[in-house]
Design a protein around this ligand. Structure first.
Ligand SMILES: NC(=O)c1ccc[n+]([C@@H]2O[C@H](COP(=O)([O-])OP(=O)(O)OC[C@H]3O[C@@H](n4cnc5c(N)ncnc54)[C@H](O)[C@@H]3O)[C@@H](O)[C@H]2O)c1
Length: 449
C-alpha cells in the first residue's frame, strides 16, 4: 500500500501516528494500564492484575457503561472512561493495554496499540484468521512492543512442571495427545432469540468492527458471540487453543503438518449457534504425534480421567492435565515379544506379561488452579520492565492459535489439509487458502506493517 493511502486508512479509523517511546521503568515504578473490553474475561484479568502493587489502572474502555462502572469501582483511583479505544490509546498515562474484546477486534486493537507505543496483554485466541496473527506478530516486532498472549497456563507453575517433564522425556515418546471440551448443552443450548431492533445501550457498529454487517441479535453479543463465526472460531479456538498450546509446549513443536475435522450441529438442538455441537479435530505433528480435540456439546459423560483437559500418551506412561494439576500414570512395559495367540497354548498370553513392570514412577501434583491468571499478569509486568520476552510471546500465541484456526478451515472445506508452517499456507488445497484471511468491512482495513 502506498504511504498516502496507508495514512488515509489510519486517519479513517482515527489513529494518529505516534512516536514509539522506549518504556524505561525502575523496579518500583508503577506500570500504568488501560483496559479495552471489561466483560467476562476483562473482569477476570482485572482481578489478576489488581493484587500486583506496581500497577495503576488509569483508563477503562468498553462499549457497555455498566461494565465500565463495575470495573471503575473495583479498580479504584478514578480511572478515565472511554467508549472508543482509539481515545484510550491517545492517553499518555497508559503504558500498557489489556485487550479483552471479542476475537474480531484483537488484530486491529493490538496493531493500533503497538503503533501508539503501548505494551499489550491480548486475550486468546490471538486472532480470527492466520493472516491477522502473522501481521500482529510483525507489528509487535516492528514497534518493539512487549506482548503477552492470554494463554495463561504458560505461567502457572504446575503446568510448567508438567510440560517440562514431558519435554524431558519422562513419559517416553509421545505418540498421541488428546484434548476435550465436553459439556451437554442439549436441548436449549444458547437459546434462540430473534433478530431485533438495535438496543440503546450498545453500539452495534462498534461491536461488529471489521466483521460483516448483520442484523442485531443479542446472542451475537456478550459472551455468546463465541458461538458465531464472524467474531470467533468457536470452541476449538476458545478452549482448544489452551489445550493445543499446552501440547505444543510439552512436545516441543509449535505447528502441525496436517489437519482434518468432522462435525456439525448433530443434536439438532434448538438454538441459533453457527458452530458445531459435535466436533472432532485430528492433527498430525512433525516427529509423528497425533493430536485430537473433541468437542462434544450434546452429551456429557466423563471422558478420559474425570476432569482431564489434556492427555499426553507416551511410550512409558500418560500425563493427564486437569484444571488443578496433573497426574502421570506409568504403563506396564513388557520385556517379551507379543505372542501369536493360539488355542494350543493359552499360557503364552500370561507369559507375555511376566516380568512386565513400569519404567517410571507415578507422579501427581494437584495443587494449583490452572486458571490462575495472576502468574501470567505478573510475568507480563516483569517483562514490561525488563523488555524480555514474556512466557506466551506473540509468536507462541500465534502458532497455537493458528493450529486451531486451520482446524476450522478443514471443517469448512471438508478436507484433509497439509500445512506448511513456514509459508503459513495449505499445500494440497489452494481453495482452502482463501480462509486464511477475510475482507474487512469498510472503513476498516488491515494496517500495513
Ligand atoms: N484466557 C482465558 O481463559 C479466557 C477466558 C474467557 C475469555 N477469553 C477471551 O476474552 C475475550 C473476551 O471474551 P469475554 O468472555 O470477556 O466476552 P464478553 O462479551 O463478556 O466481553 C467482551 C467485552 O468487549 C467489549 N467490546 C466489544 N467490542 C469493543 C470495542 N470495539 N471496544 C471496546 N470494547 C469492546 C464488549 O462490550 C464486552 O463487554 C475473547 O477473545 C475470549 O476468547 C479468554
Amino acid at each position: 500500500m502506498k504511504r498516502r493511502k496507508f495514512l488515509r486508512n489510519i486517519a479513517a479509523i482515527g489513529i494518529g501516528m505516534s512516536v514509539v517511546k522506549p518504556n524505561i521503568f525502575g523496579a518500583n515504578d508503577k506500570v500504568q494500564i488501560g483496559f479495552i473490553g471489561l466483560g467476562n474475561r476483562g473482569d477476570q484479568v482485572l482481578d489478576a492484575f489488581l493484587p500486583h502493587q506496581d500497577i495503576a489502572i488509569t483508563s477503562l474502555c468498553d462499549l457497555y457503561q455498566p461494565y465500565i462502572d463495575f470495573a471503575a469501582k473495583k479498580a479504584g483511583g478514578n480511572p478515565k472512561q472511554f467508549k472508543d479505544y482509539r481515545k484510550l490509546l491517545e492517553q499518555k498515562d497508559v503504558d500498557a493495554v489489556v485487550i479483552c474484546t471479542p476475537d474480531n477486534w484483537h488484530c486491529l486493537q493490538t496493531i493500533h496499540a503497538a503503533q501508539a507505543g503501548k505494551d499489550i496483554y491480548v486475550e486468546k485466541p490471538l486472532s480470527l484468521t492466520v493472516n491477522e496473527g502473522r501481521l500482529m506478530a510483525k507489528a509487535i516486532e516492528k514497534y518493539k512492543r512487549i506482548c503477552q498472549v492470554g494463554i495463561h497456563r504458560r505461567s502457572v507453575p504446575v503446568c510448567m512442571e508438567a510440560a517440562e517433564l514431558v519435554r524431558n522425556g519422562y513419559i517416553g515418546k509421545v505418540t498421541v495427545a488428546r484434548s476435550f471440551h465436553i459439556q451437554n448443552e442439549w436441548p436449549i443450548g444458547i437459546g434462540n432469540p430473534p433478530d431485533s431492533n438495535l438496543p440503546d445501550d450498545l453500539d452495534w457498529n462498534q461491536w461488529l468492527g471489521p466483521a460483516p454487517k448483520k442484523p442485531y441479535n443479542i446472542n451475537r453479543t456478550f459472551y455468546k458471540f463465541r458461538w458465531f463465526y464472524d467474531y470467533s472460531g468457536g470452541q476449538v479456538t476458545n478452549f482448544g487453543v489452551h489445550y493445543i498450546d499446552f501440547i505444543h509446549w510439552a512436545i516441543g513443536v509449535n505447528f502441525p503438518v496436517a489437519v482434518t475435522a468432522l462435525g456439525g450441529k448433530f443434536s439438532k438442538m434448538n438454538d441459533n449457534r453457527e458452530i458445531p455441537d459435535t466436533l472432532e479435530v485430528i492433527w498430525k505433528y512433525p516427529d509423528d504425534c497425533l493430536v485430537t480435540f473433541s468437542q462434544f456439546n450434546a452429551t456429557g459423560a466423563q471422558w478420559s480421567l474425570p476432569g482431564c483437559e489434556v492427555e499426553l500418551r507416551g511410550t512409558k506412561g500418560t500425563l493427564y492435565l486437569f484444571g488443578d494439576g496433573y497426574e502421570i500414570v506409568p504403563d506396564i512395559i513388557k520385556t517379551k515379544e507379543f505372542p501369536a495367540r493360539s488355542p494350543l497354548n493359552r499360557d503364552l498370553d500370561k507369559q507375555y506379561r511376566e516380568g512386565a513392570k513400569p519404567l517410571i514412577e507415578r507422579k501427581k501434583s494437584i495443587k494449583m488452579s490452572t486458571a490462575n491468571t495472576t502468574y501470567h499478569t505478573r510475568n507480563f509486568l516483569d517483562c514490561v520492565k525488563s523488555r524480555q520476552k514474556p512466557n506466551c510471546d506473540i509468536e507462541t500465541g500465534h502458532r497455537s492459535t493458528s493450529a486451531t484456526l486451520i482446524a476450522n478451515v478443514a471443517l469448512k472445506t471438508n478436507s484433509l489439509l497439509e500445512w506448511d508452517a513456514k509459508s503459513e499456507r495449505f499445500t494440497n488445497n489452494n481453495d482452502a487458502n482463501q480462509y486464511l484471511s477475510y475482507v474487512y468491512r469498510q472503513p476498516y482495513s488491515l494496517p500495513e506493517v
